[in-house]
Design a binder for this molecule. Structure first.
Ligand code: ADP
Ligand code: MG
Length: 242
């Protein structure tokens, strides 16, 4: 396994993450689908950003790139000022594991695994010992108000509780950035509000940068910054951190 010691970028080091002219196209039945057609943006440390736009406008594709779950077809992605272009998959996974937490619409919890062990899972891949994993998982569940649900399995939890477990899992590695792609899409409005309150609180109290994709106008209005996408480009970006 290679060990990278990439230089920190001299400029824009205040960005938790920065995309520079990123494009992403997919090959579909011999046709080229251009999901992102040149997006440049930076997410500052501690920012709270909402991303909106019609279905198919490239929001999820952008989130996957920002989260280093995918690579751009062209353009560059910098995480913590570090250019990820030259990293191999293992290097990319390491940066992702250290810097970024993900929250998906469909929760993506292990069904037969209790809340505490679901939350502890990312730490397994980071070589953290069992006792320490459990300690940190419990702390993360406490942070999302689920200290009383440690040994419940996902099926024994409400949708809102499941999503809060997923948020705890995203937080357990102490990322600088949490990316949430339509985290309330499978929830009723009450549970959805609860999940958003947790994300907002984590941003305010811990300074974790949060980017949330949403169709909810209320959520978008509560964010400090609103990015609107259409047809694979950013059409407006308001309230940007200076
Ligand atoms: P959004 O999240 O805004 O709904 P997506 O980023 O999921 O948009 O998709 C943007 C465009 O890229 C859409 O036209 C979609 O059909 C296409 N797309 C997304 N993922 C794939 C894929 N894996 N293969 C082919 N086309 C894809
Ligand atoms: Mg999407």
């Amino acid at each position: 396994m290679s060990t990278e010691t990439p230089a920190r970028a001299v400029t824009h080091a205040q960005y938790a993450i920065e995309a520079v002219d990123v494009r992403r196209s997919y090959a579909m039945d011999g046709m080229k689908v251009e999901a992102l057609r040149g997006v440049t943006l930076g997410i500052a440390e501690g920012e709270y950003v909402a991303v909106t736009g019609p279905s198919g406008s490239g929001k999820s594709t952008l989130m996957h790139l920002l989260g280093a779950l995918d690579r751009p077809s062209s353009g560059r992605l910098l995480i913590g000022g570090r250019d990820t272009t030259s990293l191999d998959d293992a290097g990319l996974a390491r940066v992702r594991g250290a810097e970024i937490g993900f929250v998906f619409q469909a929760f993506q919890l292990l069904a037969r695994t209790n809340a505490r062990d679901n939350v502890a899972l990312p730490l397994v891949y980071r070589g953290v010992g069992k006792a320490e994993r459990r300690r940190r998982a419990v702390a993360a569940l406490e942070a999302v108000g689920l200290a009383h649900r440690l040994t419940h399995r996902p099926t024994q939890l409400s949708g809102g509780e499941q999503q809060r477990v997923a948020i705890a899992r995203a937080l357990v590695g102490e990322p600088r950035l949490v990316l949430a792609d339509e985290p309330t899409g499978n929830l009723d409005s009450e549970n959805g509000r609860e999940v958003l309150n947790v994300l907002e609180r984590l941003n305010k109290e811990r300074g974790v940068a949060v980017v949330v994709v949403t169709h909810d106008a209320e959520v978008a209005a509560r964010a400090n910054r609103l990015i609107r996408m259409k047809d694979g480009v950013v059409v407006s970006d308001e309230g940007q951190h200076q």
